[in-house]
Design a binder for this molecule. Structure first.
Ligand SMILES: NC(=O)c1ccc[n+]([C@@H]2O[C@H](COP(=O)([O-])OP(=O)(O)OC[C@H]3O[C@@H](n4cnc5c(N)ncnc54)[C@H](OP(=O)(O)O)[C@@H]3O)[C@@H](O)[C@H]2O)c1
Length: 191
């Protein structure tokens, strides 16, 4: 990803966290904004937009707790550093959106530890993976396997997480906000 695009994404994450009351009101006029002292879960948190959401949520209050997920928590150096800095407030758990068993195990662990969530953010997604999937620049380079993989990770996976979350911990009355950040790789190839 180009540096200026990433900077813009970070700014968006900062603005979204600092104005959480607005999207929450838009989703439910009856619900209060997610409390700064509440519990948030961010998936796709090892880098990029998800990591910045984790940082901003931890900064927002010294009371709020955050659950961060990615496929390989032990290799997520920046997340582990944040976990040490914010002792007791950040939990890092494994979750692969293409593997339903990891969604179920982590969902059950979150439900057991926290009971319910106030905010669920999905920032897990792929745009390119070396030798597997490249951002297409023309229709002639489009490959069915790349499109299907992007659809599985960027669209199907987040819905499966919400499905498990609804059962495990989102049915509590204080869940007020689900935020999905995603993309499918069509726009670039249609030029
Ligand atoms: N950045 C932008 O300007 C921008 C703009 C529009 C849309 N988006 C979309 O927003 C989403 C996040 O973008 P980003 O720039 O933050 O991407 P990124 O820096 O590449 O981070 C992607 C995150 O998704 C996780 N992830 C990838 N595959 C996964 C899987 N199978 N299961 C669970 N987690 C997985 C990665 O974790 P691990 O690999 O460590 O598991 C990583 O934490 C993407 O869908 C992207 O297309 C981004």
């Amino acid at each position: 990803m180009r540096a200026n695009t990433l900077r813009a994404a970070m700014a968006t994450a900062r603005m979204a966290v600092s104005s959480l009351s607005s999207p929450a009101r838009a989703l439910s006029s009856a619900a209060a904004a997610p409390p700064a002292s509440g519990v948030s879960m961010v998936q796709g948190a090892s880098r990029g937009i998800g990591l910045e959401f984790v940082r901003q949520l931890l900064r927002r209050s010294d009371q709020g707790r955050v659950v961060a997920t990615c496929r390989a928590p032990d290799s997520a150096a920046e997340l582990q550093e944040l976990r040490r800095e914010h002792a007791g407030r950040l939990t890092v758990l494994p979750l692969d959106v293409t593997d339903e068993s990891t969604i179920e195990v982590t969902g059950a662990a979150v439900g057991e530890t926290h009971g319910s969530l106030d905010l669920l953010i999905n920032a897990a997604g792929i745009l390119s993976i070396p030798n597997v999937i490249q951002p297409e620049t023309s229709l002639s380079k489009v490959q069915k396997s790349s499109l299907l993989l992007a659809y599985e990770v960027n669209a199907v996976g987040p819905i499966l997480v919400i499905k498990v979350a609804i059962t495990a911990f989102l049915s509590a009355p204080n869940c007020v906000c689900i935020l999905l950040i995603t993309a499918l790789c069509l726009p670039q190839c249609l030029n």
